[in-house]
Design a protein around this ligand. Sequence first.
Ligand SMILES: O=C(O)CCC(=O)C(=O)O
Ligand SMILES: [Fe+2]
Length: 330
Amino acid sequence: MAQSFPKARVNQLIGEDFGQSLENVGFGIIDGLLGSDWTNGLRQEIKKLYDQGLLVPNKTYYEGRKDENGRFVYGYSVSKPNVHELDLSTIELQKRKELDIPHLNALYEDETIQKSINRAAPDFNITKLDIKIQYNAGEGGCFPMHFDTTTNVSKRRVTGTLYLNPDWIPEHGGQLRVYPFPYDIMDVDPLNDRLVLFSSHETLHRVMPSHAPARYCITLWYYVDQDSPQSLQIPRFSWLRQVEGIGFLLNPNTRKLLSKIVYDNHWRESVRQSFGEQKEEIEKILANHNKEVEHIKKQLSPEILDFLLQCVPLAHGEDFLKLARPIKGE
Ligand SMILES: O=C(O)CCC(=O)C(=O)O
Ligand SMILES: [Fe+2]
């Protein structure tokens, strides 16, 4: 049996400050979310499922498009060496109970985190959770740059990544790298009991190569039934709006495209690092990426393109750093 879920602690940590972070910079970091009994329990259960061979190689999907029936389909997928995962929603309830994973089941079933997010950031109004567990066996295992969804693919709106790595040291790498366009990158260490919550369709991120013997992460995906116009149009970085002429960088519709140009080198590097020896696939992904970048560039005037390449990403200012600072529990 797992101890009862630490509701009071979660309620207190995912509060107003977190809401401010999510709405303004697109992500929030919370430290000491569940306590060590819970993180130990979760980690041991993931290891047990991994040892039982229930985790499968993670895949990244490319070239999403609508098929002739208007349904969204992907062109192809590429697997990432050393990254093993299991989506708990793919296991029937009865089977999940039989697996004897009380901490994971409680995390899946308890609604405290979801309710706290809704209270702190009401624009999202999330109603459903999916959980994916991940065991990264090291040797450079990583994720390429990606958004967790786009609004025409799914109603996934908030992503949480909960890390379970008490022995993490900088040499292990495996940081979550967040790209809060138009600001510069931010690396978040995958520290034990740290939860990072971010906007699923807007926050570009990747996982840096991990060299730890094992890196544990649980991904929480929260869905909405229906989008509120506010949740899709959060302008973010309100302080930056005061700088004349910079508004176009903050437009929710274009931010995503412009970030592909500005972080182009990062994008390529992350693809090369993520897929090991699968050279053909890597070249195909990069060729498509190039096409997309060239297409976006063509839509921009030379002055704007010049400005983007010279001046963006912006250095983190005081306002940014205050909002990006971890919120700490015990
Ligand atoms: O492992 C991580 O830190 C994040 C994983 C991730 O980006 C994902 O599951 O989509
Ligand atoms: Fe992700």
